[in-house]
Every structure is written in C-alpha cells, then in structure tokens.
Design a protein around this ligand. Structure first.
Ligand code: ADP
Ligand code: MG
Length: 264
C-alpha cells in the first residue's frame, strides 16, 4: 500500500552547520562520540570514539552484544543522553551543546523515538498515546497517514484501550505509531520488534522500511535479530563501545556471519 503523501523536502543545511558537517546530506551524524556513564571507580565507557553517519532516507540497523553501547548510542543521537565528548548532528543542527529547551524543541520537531520500554502514559488510551506528541506540538496529524499507520500496525480495534489492557506487543506497536505519526526527519528505535511475534514484527519492519524508502525519513534501529536487521540498507556493528564492522545490503545470513566474526 502506498504511503499517504511524500513529505516536503527538509530545509537546506545552514551555513553555521557546514563548518562541522562534512556530509551536508547526513540526517544524523556522530563524530568521535564518547560516553562515560558514572564516575570514579564505577565509571563505564559505553561509547568510545564512535563515528557514524546516517544519510537521509536510509534505514540503518545497529547490532552488537548486550552492553556494547547500542542504547547509549541511540540516546546520544536523540540528545536524550549527554555526550561526554565528541559531537552529534541531526540534519544541520548540532545537538551537542544545545540547551535543554532547544533540545526539547529539536526532539519534538525532528525526531521520533521508540523506547525499548515503550514509555506509554498509563492514563491515556492507545489512540491518545499515539497522538500525544502532535497534541503537545499543537499540530494536527494527517488523517490519511494516521489511518494507514493504525491499519498497517493492526491497532484499529485497540485504540480505546489503555496500556494496561494491551499486550506487550500491542504496546510496542503503539509506541512505534507514536514515533511515526508526526513524520519526523529521524526515527530512532530501540529494539522495536523485541516483543513482537514474526507476523507483527514484519508489519513494524516494513512500515519502518517504507518510512525510509517512500517518505525520505531516516531510520536507525537497534535489534538483536538478524532477520529484522535484513530489512535495513546497512548494519552497523558495535562491540565494547566501538564500531566493529558494517554490513551493506544485509541478509539474515550475512548478518549472522558478521556477528559470528565479532566473536560475540
Ligand atoms: P546495549 O544497549 O548495547 O545493551 P547500553 O548502551 O545499554 O548497551 O550499555 C552500554 C554499557 O553502559 C553497559 O556496560 C551498561 O551497563 C552501561 N550503562 C548504560 N546505561 C548506564 C547508566 N545509566 N549508568 C551506568 N552505566 C550504564
Ligand atoms: Mg540496549
């Protein structure tokens, strides 16, 4: 099924950003990104000098052993977590160093985030949860797009239910819908199929892939599942907080082989 309508072209990169951004078309970019959680004896280096560039309209999967820094990378790209050093851009906008207020606006206007733990509000229905970011931004959803997302995620008969009345998989799909409805430039999803069976997982993955291919959004997805990663255009491998390889045009087999080569 075709997506409702192509989104308008994003604004051209501003001159102020071009100084640091060698790749003007990057939708998200990290340069020498390092993140140390905690301090002193208990400090943990979750990211150790990561360079990554996600082009507009691409679908990138991030894989690696548990604890390799995947969630930290996504959180730093979204400005949900502060980098210890290094820089991050979303489009032409440098994220590192932004005020809390500017970060909130950037996340609201440009980024859709699917949390591993869903983060749905318990008092709102599924339908209300989905629309909340748009309501907060004072925007109205494109009705055709809303209907398409709801249908493709199989949520039509669950819109009036509260999260406690939904299965984990249904809650996860509501969280995916919430991230996609505003049509953000960048969708960052942390294990968005982790609670789904293969059929509903495929629904989510094909929707993420169409968001990238048909509407030019850029999708970065953390996953443990080689079959899920094979929906992406590229897989980036992390190990111990560092880039440990990359697989272009991944298939489940080529991803498995790359993971095996990591020794994880
Ligand atoms: P992944 O998502 O690949 O499993 P994470 O990014 O969650 O990895 O974690 C990377 C490392 O950072 C792990 O060693 C983890 O224990 C540590 N870590 C993550 N978040 C925190 C935190 N808030 N405080 C302290 N350590 C953390
Ligand atoms: Mg994680």
């Amino acid at each position: 099924m075709p997506l409702a309508r192509p989104r308008p072209a994003p604004p051209a990169p501003s001159a102020s950003a071009s100084a640091g951004a060698t790749e003007a078309v990057a939708a998200v970019r990290a340069q020498a990104l390092t993140k140390v959680h905690g301090r002193g004896e208990t400090a943990v280096t979750a990211l150790d000098g990561v360079d990554v560039c996600v082009t507009r309209g691409s679908f990138t999967a991030v894989m690696g052993p548990s604890g390799s820094g995947k969630s930290t990378l996504l959180n730093c790209l979204a400005g949900l977590d502060d980098a210890t050093s290094g820089r991050v851009w979303v489009g032409p906008q440098e994220v590192t160093g932004l005020s809390e207020k500017a970060l909130t606006r950037l996340r609201r206007d440009r980024i859709g985030f699917v949390f591993q733990s869903f983060n749905l509000l318990p008092v709102l229905t599924a339908g209300e949860n989905m629309l909340l970011p748009m309501v907060l931004a004072g925007r109205r959803p494109d009705e055709a797009w809303r209907a398409e997302v709801v249908e493709r995620l199989g949520l039509g008969d669950r819109l009036g239910h509260r999260p406690a009345e939904l299965s984990g998989g249904q809650q996860q799909r509501v969280a995916v819908a919430r991230a996609l409805l505003p049509r953000p430039d960048v969708v960052l999803a942390d294990e968005p199929t982790g609670n789904l069976d293969s059929r509903t997982g495929a629904q989510v993955l094909s929707l993420l892939r169409s968001a990238a291919r048909e509407t030019g959004q850029s999708v970065v997805m953390v996953t443990h599942d080689p079959a899920a990663a094979a929906y992406a255009d590229r897989v980036v491998l992390l190990a111990d907080g560092r880039l440990a390889g990359e697989v272009a045009d991944p298939t489940p087999d080529s991803v498995l082989a790359a993971l095996a080569a990591l020794g994880g």
